[in-house]
Design a binder for this molecule. Structure first.
Ligand code: R5P
Length: 228
């Protein structure tokens, strides 16, 4: 049986969780394994208080008996562990493939440390092959999508079967196909300037460490240039 590289990376990240910490729980198939491992440690007596970044992660954590609070009850966190759709050598990330980017960014930006966990397929030289998720309000979405198109990526409104996909916050996602993002900070500024954009999936200067699981069963740990 092959190694589960997502699990490998996620479980390594959980070693950074110490007793008494306030922890942000990410979303997705890699973060899933971090929550599962944290559940094990909680069963063994680890004391933590956690905030979930999606309904799915909240349900998983609740089922494992992990103590959860609303973000407003604590306001800041010691550590967030989350996955990514792409990460580069500066630990700039694309996130939001699972639609949870807004809550993920709020939680990660308010954490002293964010550890990103991923399998080696997510590590890229230049961001952009993975379509950049942008959360937009449903009001006047046609206009917002047209503005997004002016930035050079090809936006496509995300669907869920016949319906438009709705985030946990009741918004739409436009997946913007750039192929190559030459400057993530410049693109981030341009996206933020469009009325109707709630948040975008570029995480810049937020991740402080990346734990990457390799197919041969080894792990790479990269330090980032987090501003915190
Ligand atoms: O919205 C979803 C999140 O940003 C995920 O962390 C990201 O899509 C990576 O997910 P996965 O670990 O399933 O590839």
């Amino acid at each position: 049986m092959g190694v589960n590289v997502k699990q490998l990376a996620a479980e390594k990240a959980v070693e950074y969780v110490m007793d008494g910490m306030k922890v942000g729980l990410g979303t997705g198939s890699t973060a899933y394994w971090a929550i599962a491992k944290l559940g094990e440690r909680v069963r063994e007596g680890l004391q933590v208080t956690c905030v979930a970044t999606s309904r799915a992660s909240e349900e998983q954590a609740r089922g494992l008996g992990i103590p959860l609070v609303g973000f407003g009850e604590i306001g800041s966190l010691d550590l967030t562990i989350d996955g990514a759709d792409e990460l580069d050598g500066k630990l700039q990330l694309i996130k939001g493939g699972g639609g949870a980017l807004l809550r993920e960014k709020i939680v990660a930006a308010n954490s002293t440390r964010m550890i990103v966990v991923a399998d080696e397929s997510k590590a890229v030289h230049t961001l952009g092959k993975f379509p950049l998720p942008v959360e937009i309000v449903p009001f006047a979405w046609e206009w917002t999508v047209a503005e997004l198109a002016k930035l050079g990526g090809v936006p496509q409104l995300r669907r869920s079967g016949e319906e438009l996909y709705l985030t946990d916050n009741g918004n739409y996602i436009a997946d913007c196909h750039f192929e190559v993002i030459t400057s993530a900070p410049e693109l981030a500024l341009a996206l933020q300037a469009i009325p109707g954009v709630v948040e975008h999936g570029l995480f810049i200067g937020i991740a402080s460490l990346a734990i990457i699981g390799r197919n041969d069963g080894t792990i790479d740990i990269l330090e980032g240039e987090s501003h915190r």
